[in-house]
Each structure stands twice: as structure tokens, then as C-alpha cells.
Write a protein that binds this ligand. Sequence first.
Ligand code: HEM
Length: 387
Amino acid sequence: MITPEVVYLGSAFLREALRQAIELTDSAYAHTNERVKTSLSEGSMRPSDLLAQFKQTGPHTRAHIRAAEVLDNTVELIREMVYTHTMATPTPNLTDSTHYGGLPTPPTTAGCPLSMKTSWEPLEAGTLSTATTTSPCPHVLYTHNENISLDSSLSHLLVEWGQWIDHDLVLTPQTPSTAAFKTGADCSQTCSRDTPCFPIEIPLSDPRTGIQSCMPFFRSAPSCFGSVATPPHRHREQLNAITSFVDASMVYGSTDQSASDLRNLSSPLGLLALNPQHSDQGLGMMPFLPRKQSHLDPCGPRTGRNASGAETPPDQNMTSCFQAGDSRANEHLGMIALHTLFLREHNRLARELKQLNPHWSPDTLYQEARKIMGAIHQVMEDMECLD
Ligand code: HEM
């Protein structure tokens, strides 16, 4: 084990790799940030950028992702130095042993936390080991439409429920960079596998060959734990940015801040906040997400800029996005419907509880209704759905 007091032969190289990795990581993030801003203000946003908006994570998770990517890039650079023998010529000031003494372990130097605590905090509780993937079931792959019959007892809600529970359990964050760290290549254009670009090759036998030779694909963000530098795992792992429990976190949020943002804190009934502008025949709707600068808000209605840079009026067909406990609430109408349904259910439960327990504080009403909601989800998932 390396201790901070000892100077090791490789310390200077480790420092150099780390310095380069920080530079590569931060400049890739800044570059993507600028590109997305420009696409937003020009109204030319890519579907993958919109997907990234749906998978927003909090500052704690973002800090972890940056540390993990710095670590990953450091290890990659060291590997490259070893293979190309560039380790023979470190920058002179990096050999200054008083300043660049022995390093602590690479993960901590990259900014990774020392250990993963177990708690309700999403990041700490939620890192999942990914199960080994197997090939998709051949029966599913090769079944013709004629062999599929409509189910007489199950509706499309079964499918929606699957996604609903998925959004309660897991959100695997993607890296903030859409360009290769090392080469700067745009992941949606390149066919070369430079992290985080992981394009899928289209085989020559595919009738689409000739149009494009690969499909764009991005790797999920790495986790500090289970990385190449932290034995015994030595393989890349992903993060879960939300609570991994069946606890209706998609309704209430996975952090204290988001839970508080979603509440109607001025109500004596422990209610969740509703949309102040819109309702459906007296039934509440989700609030809208707070607007960013209008020309940078992917949810619209937003102003654009024409070729000469002048602001164009907002597109009237666009609407705002809803605010919910999970950032994927706006993915499609089915999700919006389920979010609306359970938002109303929380408020219905809180009102009923108030009738039964008039002495309860708003916070007790909120917490008790929330507990019942979590329990409803566990019962429905375990006994109705999985069973
Ligand atoms: C119209 C329906 C659906 C849409 C538009 C949709 C869309 C998406 C998108 C955009 C992603 C993220 C992909 C990425 O990060 O690259 C995703 C992930 C996922 N979807 Fe769906 N999905 C739908 C239905 C479903 C259903 C029905 C299920 C389950 C029964 C499901 C389960 C999942 C899971 C488990 C993930 C990975 C979540 C994570 O680890 O972050 N989805 N989906």
C-alpha cells in the first residue's frame, strides 16, 4: 500500500497521468456543455441531448461521476504510457519529490470517496452490481406478429407499470460528455470506441450497410467502486442515482432537496404541490419544472435565435415539462399519467388521514401518506405484478 510519506518511482508519472486526466475530463464536459447550449439556442437539439435532460442527477452524484471518470481516464493514460513507453520522459517539475511525494491511492487522488456507506442516501445505498447479461431469448427474437395474440386479462398498464417500478428503483447516470475524452470525437458521429463513445457495429450482412457502419451508443458513467483501480472487482461498474428501494421515490424524489421542492409546505395537510395554473375538472396536475433561461430550456416554450442572432418568438406548440420525483416523468404520456395519478393519491391519502387524525402536524400527515404510498407500491409489485 502506498503511503503519503514515501516517494515511489512511479509517483511522478501518476501525477502526470492524473493532471492530464483532469484536463481531458473537464474539457470534454465543457465542450459538451457549450455544444448543447448552442443546439438549444438554435433549436437543433439532438434526441440524445433530450435523453440526457431526462436523466439529470444531483450535485452529489455529478461529483462522484467526475471523480470516477478522472480515475478511469488516469488508469487509461497510465496504461497507454506503459504500452508506448512514454513513461521515460516525465515533465521535469513533476519529478520534484518534495512537492510530488508518494501519492495516496489513485481513487482518492481522483476525488473518489474512501468507502461506500450504507444508508438511505441514494448514491450510498444505490450502487448496484450489474447482473451478467445473457443473449435475448431466441423465442422472443424470432416470433412473428401472427403468433402474438392479445391478452384478454392484462392491459397496456402492465407495461407502463414495469417502467414505473423501474423508475422507482434505478437511474443509471450517463457521463456529462458526449465526445471521446481522448480524441474529442463526437460520439454520435464516430465509429471508433473511445470512452465514452461505444458505437455498435452494423454487420456487413445487414441491409442497412452503406448508409452507416455503426449506431451511436454511449457508455453509462462509471462508478468509483468496482473500477479497475479498486481490487478485487477490477471491472467497470455503474451507479444508481436514485433510491434502490420500492419506496415511490419517483413520486417523492430521492434527495431531501427534491422531496422538499415537491411539497406544498404552506398547506396544513401535508400535501404535495400541484400546478397552480392548470387542473382537470378540479383534479390536480403536476407543477411545471422551474424554467431555466428560456432559450436554454429544452422543455419550452422557448425562444430561438435566427441566423442573424435575433430572438424568435416561442414555438406555441411546445409546453413546459412537469416536475416530479424522477427526472424521467416527461418521457411519454403513459409516465405522465402515472405520475399524475399517484400525486393525486398522495393528496387524497393525506386528506383522509387528516380527517382521522385532526391533531397530526402537516409533516406527520405527509410522512404517513408517503409511507402508505411506499407500502401500496410494494404490495402491488410483489403480490399483484410479480406474482
Ligand atoms: C414508451 C415506453 C418507454 C420509453 C420511451 C422508454 C425510454 C427509455 C429510455 C430513453 C431509457 C434510457 C436509455 C439510456 O440511458 O440510454 C430507458 C431505460 C430503461 N428502461 Fe425504458 N422506456 C419505455 C418503456 C420501458 C418499460 C415498459 C420498461 C420495463 C418494463 C422499461 C425499463 C427500462 C429500464 C430498466 C431502463 C434502464 C434504467 C436505468 O438503469 O437508468 N422501459 N428507457
